[in-house]
Design a protein around this ligand. Structure first.
Ligand code: ADP
Length: 547
């Protein structure tokens, strides 16, 4: 006879996160700078109640399980209510990145077959310009109250506060399987059309537990968290779920992402933890420096999305006493893949060696597996030096893109279940991973790989350099040689020699760029990263002086 006894089957659905917050942290707040201007405060209890109203309003519009509901919005509590309201009834919340081209936004909404689109006032002109291109959206909900509702010809447009006004706060949530899809986020499409990653309730809940581990994002109920990373950029790196799950208060920046506005939110609300891509931190650090300001409350920043330059890391830690957690991830990994919390062995090293370790992308939390392989798919050693294609698998990693994109209609994994990240990295024997490049950005010189990331990071270490990008340019002997493209800080001038001197001794001699080109502005993509595709196009006919 088999053994009798059983644990509960407690479906891992994300509505449980906000339910938990409602019961246990009812008075903890989400503080939002709104597009209209005022800063508003809502408790988790109020957010829960208003999310239920969103659910009922959506149900009134005929939205049911697996229907797609889209948002085009900044970080804010109304946006959060829409997430929990839609996900709670089993609809799929699709975050659209407003920094994409309007035609691409319409393309994505059509591909997703979005039925309702919630939009911030900021983006109204943007979608009105392409309003006839939306083929499936039946209703546009504008994030504002009726007094601030502008005249618009968008289909069935209604002010958000009117949309949910009078709706009941009773609604059954989570009455479905944990593998039901709940979120949809498209990759930025640097190669071809964007591909949708369809998160399930289960993967989002597991990702929430993962981010909540001490050595991951390091958040406690005593923290106040400012997610600068947008909710449309891989779920604000999971913070929209992690904070209510932990009980931490949130401070939402709304549309104001400049250095002065971020500083204001950080200090006024005594924020202890924040997360953003390096370009945002550069703006904040510049603002602090120019105005001789300090960050008395901030204890930790999570930086990811692209590699953290040493200058940012050291300035945060040495000048402002703020610990940096360098993270790596992708839309496809929900997104947390690694974070650079030091191991005891690394902590015992001298400070400079700790910095060297922290400049790496970090180690995977439980639930993420990684390995590196060569061009033939053969496993490579974890020696901290050998570079190879980085493969991942885990409990919140993509299997099949939405509608089977990029995988002939099916899974994009190899036969052992590994997902190829498109990144090139090395791994060491305590799990630390270092990205050396993206496969398509690697510069191939004489059959050997040159890391564009290393060159860029050392270049931005120069005082005069605001941003830098290294790309491969045709060379008759070596196939490709690096060209360093540099954007100087305003009002600065510099010579090629001066910039290259900065790299001396830091990179292998043969990695030294063959030339330096100065530009007014390095183009950034929709997630704030350097747009190498645009740069390669801009410099496609560039002739290096070395042949
Ligand atoms: P996209 O592919 O649209 O840029 P993601 O935001 O999902 O979308 O970006 C994932 C990619 O960003 C990774 O594959 C990697 O190339 C890069 N990336 C993310 N974090 C880091 C980091 N800390 N260091 C270097 N590269 C990073």
């Amino acid at each position: 006879m088999s053994i009798i006894g059983k644990m509960q089957d407690w479906p891992l659905t994300v509505n449980k996160v906000i339910e938990h917050a409602k019961i246990n942290y009812p008075r903890q707040r989400v503080i939002t700078r709104t597009v209209e201007g005022p800063i508003v405060e809502k408790t988790y209890s109020e957010i829960y109640d208003r999310s239920k109203q969103v659910s009922n309003a959506l149900k009134g519009d005929g939205i049911k399980k697996e229907d797609r509901v889209a948002t085009l919005a900044w970080n804010g509590c109304r946006h959060m209510e829409t997430w929990f309201g839609a996900m709670g009834i089993g609809a799929v919340l699709h975050t659209i990145n407003p920094r994409l081209h309007p035609d691409q936004i319409a393309w994505i909404a059509n591909d997703a077959e979005d039925k309702v689109l919630f939009v911030d006032l900021t983006f109204l002109p943007l979608i009105e310009a392409v309003k006839d291109k939306f083929e499936t959206v039946e209703r546009f909900v504008i994030y504002c109250d009726p007094e601030n509702m502008p005249a618009t010809e968008l289909k069935n447009a209604i002010a958000y506060e009117l949309y949910i006004d009078g709706q009941s706060q009773e609604c059954v949530w989570g009455d479905f399987d944990e593998t039901t899809p709940c979120g949809l986020c498209y990759t930025s499409g640097t190669t071809g059309n964007p591909k949708g990653v369809l998160y399930s309730h289960r993967s989002n809940v597991l990702h929430t537990l993962m981010t909540g581990m001490t050595d991951a994002l390091g958040i406690s109920i005593h923290d106040r968290v400012l997610p600068i990373v947008p909710m449309f950029h891989a779920n604000a790196w999971g913070l929209t779920f992690a904070c209510p799950a932990i009980g931490a208060e949130m401070v939402m920046p709304g549309p104001a992402m400049d250095g002065a506005s971020i500083y204001e939110m950080l200090t006024k609300y005594k924020v202890t933890i924040s997360a953003a891509v390096p370009t945002v931190w550069l703006m904040l650090l510049q603002h602090l420096e120019q105005n001789d300001l300090q960050l008395p409350d901030l204890t930790r920043v999570v930086i990811g999305g692209s590699a953290v330059p040493e200058r940012i890391l050291r300035t945060f830690q040495d000048k402002y006493g703020v610990e940096v957690g360098h993270a790596w991830g992708m839309t496809e990994t929900s997104p947390l893949g690694t974070i650079g919390s030091l191991t005891p062995e690394q902590k015992a090293l001298d400070y400079d060696s700790q910095i060297t370790a922290k400049l790496k992308q970090g180690r995977p939390p439980f639930g993420v597996e990684m390995k590196i392989v060569d061009d033939e798919g053969k496993d490579l050693p974890r020696d901290g030096e050998t570079s190879g294609h980085l493969l991942v698998r885990g409990m919140a990693v993509v299997d099949t893109y939405y509608k089977g994109a990029g995988g002939d209609g099916g899974s994009v994994l190899d036969e052992d279940g590994w997902f190829d990240t498109g990144d090139v990295a090395n791994l060491d024997d305590q799990g630390f991973m270092q990205i050396t490049d993206r496969s398509k950005d690697v510069i191939k010189s004489g059959g050997e790989w040159i890391s564009s990331i290393d060159i860029e990071n050392f270049a931005v270490g120069h005082d005069k350099v605001a941003n830098a990008a290294a790309i491969g340019i045709y060379h008759p002997k070596w196939d490709e040689r690096p060209l360093l493209i540099v954007q100087l800080h305003e009002g600065q001038t510099a010579t090629k020699e001066e910039i290259l001197k900065q790299l001396e001794g830091k990179i292998a001699k043969w990695w030294t760029p063959d030339d330096v080109a100065f530009v007014d502005a390095i183009p950034l993509g929709a997630t704030g990263k350097i747009n190498k595709l645009a740069l390669r196009e801009q410099f496609k006919d560039y002739k290096l002086p070395t042949y």
